[in-house]
Design a protein around this ligand. Sequence first.
Ligand code: FAD
Ligand code: 2MC
Length: 381
Amino acid sequence: MTDQFDLTDEQREIQALAQRFTADRITPFAAEWDERHIFPRDTIKAAAELGFAAIYVSEESGGINLGRLEAALIMEAMAYGCPTTSAFISIHNMASWIIDRYGSAELKARYLPDLVTMERIASYCLTEPGSGSDAAALKTSARRDGDHYVVNGTKQFISGAGENELYVTMVRTGVDGPKGISCLVIERDMPGVSFGANERKLGWHAQPTRAVTFDNVRVPVANRVGAEGEGFRFAMAGLDGGRLNIGACSLGGAQRCLDEAIAYTRDRHQFGTALSEFQNTQFMLADMETELQAARCLLYVAAAKVSAGAPDKTRFAAMAKRLATDTGSSVVDRALQLHGGYGYLMDYPIERFWRDLRVHSILEGTNQVMRMIVGRELVRQ
Ligand code: FAD
Ligand code: 2MC
């Protein structure tokens, strides 16, 4: 029985590799990236050298072709240093996987070599100003004109926008609703592509978020991923994995804050004793550890289901994302409380994780949407 619930040797190796990378290249610098709003492109590119830009891209396309559990382990490890950077790399993985999984041989040959090395980085563009949770209501239009589509519309809240070279974009080519949506790879330098101002955010300071506007952008038909009308399904399938990764980013960030809280409460004395000797402290730490382990177990099961293509994979990914992100934020909040006033200061890392993890309950589908996915499947006849 134990074997079934343990990581394999190979999984432990990949986890250790990601942990070493994080300790060397992320953790020492993350506070400065946050404070000075630095986008660490060199570090992100160094992650690509380890294969982390194409974790579940096939080997024939240059990826390392691992499963979703391995991806979660990598994201969790990197989020221990910087959830923002880890999540950024996750989004690139999601966009690259969509091209590898559903794109034509020609499209893959054109883009994947640069994506796996992160010579070029990809954004994922679904959200619009008028359609967030109701993603299938998107309006960005792609009208066919010979060998091209003419794309018009605006995407909102796009991670990496302006910096990234490629935009895996859901557009409307047909009827209203999900069946009229297609997926196009749009290049930053195509005429008519422009970007809004970098959003001023509560967290995720180490990466830009901007609106992307398409004004009569002529995109070759050859840049369409799959057939017309399949884009929404690709977008959702991508998010099955993305949601696991975002959950893993919350777990990694929360684990860091739990470790910081244990160290801090052993060190800090009040009323003549270490804070860690108070039963209240031990009970809080015990609950944080228990809840984190429970969320991690569900996330790893969900990851195994997405890898295996299980029929209930989407429901499990939604449950795991909901639980891991809510639990992660709650653990970080309690870690902050255990630091007292010092937890509120930028001299300690907790407040950064508190801000960075907050958005994980909102993006890649709000946690209300996660409940919708689970709930409606439960009551479906
Ligand atoms: P809304 O959909 O307007 O929701 C507002 C509130 O209403 C939420 O609490 C929601 O849960 C609730 N609600 C909505 N419908 C229902 C319902 N039926 N039942 C109950 N409650 C409901 N998008 C991309 O495509 N690509 C990106 O790279 C990207 N990066 C992002 C980065 C950041 C920092 C942020 C903040 C967002 C990013 N997003 C991105 C967008 C993100 O996915 C959306 O913000 C999210 O899906 C919610 O959409 P919305 O903001 O329009 O909120
Ligand atoms: N995999 C494959 N196909 C899927 C799927 C999945 N996980 N989920 C849905 N589909 C298919 C579904 O089978 C259906 O096709 P068919 O009619 O052929 O069976 C089609 O897609 C439409 O699905 P629904 O009927 O479920 O669509 P609906 O409009 O009712 O709701 C909902 C979909 C609410 C789940 C979806 O709009 C959603 O996930 N909203 C949240 C948006 C979101 O997550 N945005 C994240 C943006 S990215 C981001 O934030 C980043 C930081 C990158």
